[in-house]
Write a protein that binds this ligand. Sequence first.
Ligand code: FES
Length: 199
Amino acid sequence: MGKEMEQMFQRKFDKVNSIVDKHERKVSNLIAILQEIQTEYRYLPEEVLTYVATALGIPRATVYGVATFYTQFSMKPKGKYIIKVCDGTACHVRHSEKLRYLVREKLGLDDSKDTTDDLGFTLETVSCIGACGLAPVVTVNDDDVYGQMTPEALTIILDQLISKERSEGSIEEAENSDECPTRNGQVHELGDGKGCLGC
Ligand code: FES
């Protein structure tokens, strides 16, 4: 492996290393390690699972076994915003299906695709989340719970999330770029580096 490749590889796994170290490289902490890695990457990339197995000195199959056994873990990339539409009995009879169709339509998802290409959004259908009195229920990242949802209210929520995601996306892009996003790519020099002067 060339030096550059080695450095790239090292940087990629620096975060994983610190998580494994934090858990004292103990096999008994494997679930906690995977949970933290999933929070970092939003899923469990295959190469990271292999890395964890090596770091803990256990077979790759053991790490894979745990990662695939628990439903909390995902081996597929997920979006920054995970929208869960409950389709348990109480929500189903209150037309949760319409909400699911709405999310799919707005985000361009279908049966074979539950995450947007830019990894902004993932749609999940879940069974009862224990808030049947509020049916139909939709959650965003498990933090925000929206009850008695209607297609109209959900449209507003989705529109807000989409515009938030777009603005966050362009800020991230700008931060990773040398170019000023608001002035036709013109770069303004600051004292010790490049940056926008607030045009
Ligand atoms: S069925 Fe949806 S919260 Fe219980």
